[in-house]
Ligand binder design. Structure first.
Ligand code: FNR
Length: 186
C-alpha cells in the first residue's frame, strides 16, 4: 500500500477523553503504511474575523499546516448537547477561511465516543453536515459510534471491546482505500 499520512483530531480537550483513547487505539490498529500525527486543539481561539484580519493565530497556522501535510484526516468527537463541541466547530470554521482551504477534497473518517448508549451519533451527523459545505470527502461506512464508552476502555485507556476493535480495523482499511481512490482521481 502507498504510504498514507493520517492526521487525527480529537473533539475533546480533556486528558482522559474516550475520543482521544479511540484515536490512539486506531493508530495502534492501523494497517502497515499508515502513519499518524495528532492535532492539538488546546489554545485554538474562537473564530474571529478581526483576529484573522490582523494575523492568523499560531494555533490555527499549525493546524492548517498539519491538515495540508496529511493525506487523510481521522476525527473522533464527543457529542455535546446533541452536537459537536465548540472547539471542533471553531477548528472547522478557521480552516474553512484559510486561503486554498485545506480540507477541500481531503478524505476524512469520523468516529464518536460517548458515555451514552447512542455513542454520539447526533454529533456525527452535524459534523458531516459542516464537512459537506467545505467539500471534505467523508467516508460513508463503516460508521463508528462507541456507546457506553466507559465500559469499552479500561482505566489505562486500552480498548477492551472486540466488536469496536473490528469496526475500527475495518474503518482504517476503508479510509486507506478511500484515500487511494481519491488520489487516483487527481
Ligand atoms: C455531554 N455528554 C453527552 N453525551 C451524549 O451522548 N449526548 C450529549 O448530547 C451529551 N452532551 C454533553 C454536553 C457536555 C457539555 C458534556 C461535557 C458532556 C457526555 C459525553 O458524551 C461524555 O462526557 C464523553 O465522555 C465526552 O467525550 P470525551 O471527553 O470522553 O472524549
Amino acid at each position: 500500500m502507498k504510504a498514507i499520512k493520517v492526521l487525527t483530531i480529537s473533539g475533546s480537550l480533556r486528558k482522559a477523553s474516550f475520543n482521544s483513547m479511540a484515536l490512539r487505539t486506531a493508530e495502534a490498529l492501523a494497517p502497515e503504511g499508515m502513519s499518524f500525527t495528532h492535532a492539538d486543539l488546546h489554545g485554538l481561539p474562537h473564530y474571529d474575523q478581526d483576529l484573522r484580519d490582523v494575523e492568523i493565530p499560531a494555533a490555527v497556522q499549525t493546524l492548517d499546516a498539519q491538515v495540508r501535510a496529511a493525506d487523510a484526516i481521522l476525527i473522533a468527537t464527543p457529542e455535546y448537547n446533541y452536537s459537536i463541541p465548540g472547539v471542533l466547530k471553531d477548528a472547522i470554521d478557521w480552516l474553512s477561511r484559510m486561503p486554498d482551504q485545506p480540507l477541500n477534497g481531503k478524505p476524512v473518517a469520523i468516529m464518536s465516543a460517548s458515555m451514552g448508549v447512542m455513542g454520539g451519533v447526533r454529533a456525527q451527523y452535524h459534523l458531516r453536515q459542516s464537512l459537506i459545505f467545505i467539500n471534505a470527502h467523508v467516508l460513508n461506512r463503516p460508521e463508528i459510534m462507541i456507546g457506553s464508552a466507559h465500559e469499552r476502555f479500561d482505566t489505562d485507556g486500552k480498548l477492551t471491546d472486540a466488536m469496536t476493535e473490528k469496526f475500527m480495523r475495518e474503518q482504517l482499511v476503508a479510509l486507506a482505500e478511500w484515500t487511494n481512490r481519491l488520489r487516483a482521481d487527481h
